[in-house]
Design a protein around this ligand. Sequence first.
Ligand code: B12
Ligand code: SF4
Length: 448
Amino acid sequence: MKVLLVSTNRSAVPFPVYPLGLDFVAGALADRHEVTLLDLLADERLDALEATLRSSVPDVVGLSIRNVDNTDGTNPEGFVEDARRAAASVRRASGARVVLGGSGFGIFPAELLAATGADAGIVGEGERVGALLDAWERGADAAGLPGVVLRDAPVLRTGPWQGPRRRRWRAEAPHVAFYLRHGGMLNLQSRRGCPHACTYCTYPLLEGRASRPVPPRDVAAEARALQDAGARFLFFADSTFNVDPPHNLAVAAALRAAEVRLPWGAFFAPSAPERGYFGSLAAAGLTHVEFGTESLSAPMLTSFGKWFSPDDVREAHAAARAAGLNVAHYFLLGGPGETAATLSETLEGAERLDRCARFFFPAPRIFPDTPLARRAQAEGRLRPGHELLPPTFYRCDVPAEEILGMVRARAAGRLDWVAGSGGERLARVAVRLHARGETGPLWERLIG
Ligand code: B12
Ligand code: SF4
């Protein structure tokens, strides 16, 4: 069949993010189907989609829905409209069947099928789409296939994908040039899955709980291919990079052996590291550590289901700084049990972390099927049946405005204290610096 895979994500905040997921979907289908990719951010026009549909006449269009909203409370309308418009274009310009996928879809499958009118979707890893296409080709019933969601049918989640993991990487694809021109950052994975169970987090829902490492030699070969294509920075899109430190060290050794010389970054949990851990990663190119710290108050860390303590955070921070790395901490304020006292503890603790960027999200976004959603309901903070697709946040007893007020008062205008994810302001800095040929996430420029 002719398959057109479309990345509907048009957000360039905080910077454009290469649509990695679609390379894997293309890799899973390429043996049996004729697959083309279109990236609506790189093409910069939604009408490019209709033109492509009219000229290529696909049998199936796969729409990737990555973001639903920005989770920091500053875009109440979310991004669903982009997906809805893309689906409407497909219906207008072709008779193709429409299948949805992507992380946003994996969180809100029934809602997004309804909002877009698509025929089907794949929850979790998109490699499973091959079985759906086979069924459609044979005229067979797709109901009950693992990971496949049909409209008006119950959503059955399934375990992680056990089949081959194949990325179709085409350095000459037009959208690759766009990311090379806009910052030069490309991405890859060293692992899938997260064994932890933080109460607000969707990642185990998207990738499963079993940590599935990619063989270090394969990671390094992929990194090398991205380097050879002209990438200037790599981001490891693992949900949490350091779930498996021995694997990280093996990946670092493989990167060096493959002569990958690019700087790179990743999300880390602030667990106290083994001696020399960050130094070894730095020697393999790591420059940017983004810690998912969330709080520096012990009861709040417990409330979020974290396994590390404020002391671990300080130790992880010191180790990363001692290895000469750029460090950012992401804080999630306003969770269950937050009080003025726990907030002060976190802000006081954040003050004592030397030379880093600090991002403060004022309230946890509530996602379906998470312990946080269940708790919010049990506490009566969320009505049963409350629609969670429109951005919905946990509200603790301290109002979000008061929380942001405390952050701003403490920040006193310092640039390395950011309310939310940095939004348009950070994106503007990135556009300016990327235009001058600079690369990377660039939040280190905020550090005073
Ligand atoms: C790494 C990451 C980042 C990095 C990306 C760096 C980089 N250069 O890659 C950074 C920090 C920049 C980032 C930023 C943001 N992110 Co982010 N990010 C992630 C993370 C951890 C991994 C994404 C990833 O690449 N995964 C690996 C690829 C291979 O997986 P995938 O894209 O999901 O694709 C698979 C399936 O989804 C599926 N699939 C994908 N497309 C399709 C299409 C079809 C047709 C089919 C059938 C299947 C399919 O198959 C793929 C292979 O298995 C996810 C959480 C997670 N674990 O998914 C959050 C996540 C995607 N981010 C999220 C958000 C909100 C954001 C921001 C808006 C945050 C902000 N306020 O700034 C921005 C948006 C940036 C932008 N321009 O779009 C949300 C999106 C959902 C939501 N709540 O809206 C997620 C899910 C986290 C969450 N809170 O739940 N992010
Ligand atoms: S917040 Fe990080 S460590 Fe916790 S469950 Fe999510 S991905 Fe895993």
